[in-house]
Design a protein around this ligand. Sequence first.
Ligand code: GLC
Length: 505
Amino acid sequence: MEIEHGIEVLDEAAEKVCEPPRITVERRKKILFAASEATPFIATGGLAEVVGSLSKAIAEDERFDVRVILPLYQDIKKEYRKDFRFIGHFNVPLGWRNQYCGIFEYILDGVTFYFVDNEYYFKRPGCYGYYDDGERFGFFCRAVMEFMDFSKFYPDILHTHDWQAALASIYLKTIYCYRPEYQFIRSLFTLHNIEYQGKFSLDTIEELFGIPRGFLGLLEYDHCLNLMKGAIECSERFSTVSPTYAGEIKDPYFSHGLDPIVRRNEHKLCGILNGIDTKAYDPETDKALFANYTVFDLAPKAVCKAELQKMLNLPVRADVPIVAMISRLVSHKGLDLVRGVIEEALRRDMQFVVLGTGDPEYENYFTDLARRYPGKAASVITFNSDLSRKLYSGADIFLMPSKSEPCGLSQMIASRYGTVAVVRETGGLKDSITPYGAGGNGFTFRDYNAHDMLFVLNEALTLFNDKEKWRELVKRAMSSDFSWRKSANYYEGLYLGMLNERKNK
Ligand code: GLC
């Protein structure tokens, strides 16, 4: 039996003797995710949820051997960390440096996770925001490439996420593809938000990242080294997290300057809508909820609402709708629209709750709003997963008027908890929430305009008073399929397509 690109083929002599039908036994395809965060270990945002839950969904398909590699941050949850297994160490060259790298392993839900240990780079609070983030993630990506040699795990697909892992795709095509074991590895780069591109000064290419200057053309953009641009150029395919966003990033309004690169590489681009982990977000079993409920038995959702009102010092009333926002408090989340019309909205009988942290400008605004509208508005300037689940389940309407939103997960989680989403038609919001009037699961408005938002919010508030119709809509929202299965199938098809192209070369 010989192995051709990992596919076992019966040899000719054996075939002649017993004349069997020609059998090819496909071995499992090896997928390596490289990313800077993943649930349940460490999370600062949606990226972590996607890496954690997509890897798990793909691993459910036994055709794939899925592994994920992450930095070993100090803040990785202790409950997991105590069971990590040390599997060895090696040195990583990075420019003129040569740094220690330990590898720890942990297996969860069929996915093998590896953690890159170097205390100098990662024994710090949080994940990002340090002056040397370029060097830290340069080290991480170079460690990912060296790890393959160390572990002899040469993936069929290297799937990198966002600028922090982009260099792994770049290293593959600039330095490592000349080594025989690396030459068949194919790269998929997923960008979760085009706003964060990983820009550095040009002289860092050799000095910091150890990439020969001759490759500058691949990475240079607008007088900077741009890692997102480099990964788009170097990968066989790149993707983003919703079909609508895949179209939007070709447009300067959304692209943060990168639209010429996106358009030039359009033939390699696809948009696949994220899913959510429907087991981790399940109102029937979620322990953070005041009461559990299902689409067939909605009564306990009223308990969630009453307890939430008590907790937030709002009048406990079932007949008043609670409008909630759970968001990073930054401009592109559409907060200027909210600021423009929320007081007009508050003239109606409603309660408004904001949960999140972000720019002081917005934090102060919402704190002040709560002070000026006691009993009607509340703000909780923190981020806390337990509280967010209490809000997803206790509220009636979930407001998410983002200016741009690559995918957005909150609108899906809210819907799953029977809280009706009111969203702007952009990115993944447009792909996941469809208008009630057309038989959909929520309310949407198109233009980035405060009164357009207020108009649909008012529609939602009015419908809330029609108990029968509202209940139907809540059920429709809860029954929307936001599981990963469909999207994981798209990723799997994408991987297999890339591997087929490899065979045909
Ligand atoms: C980023 C995007 C968000 C998306 C998430 C996961 O955080 O801003 O829209 O849902 O990545 O892909």
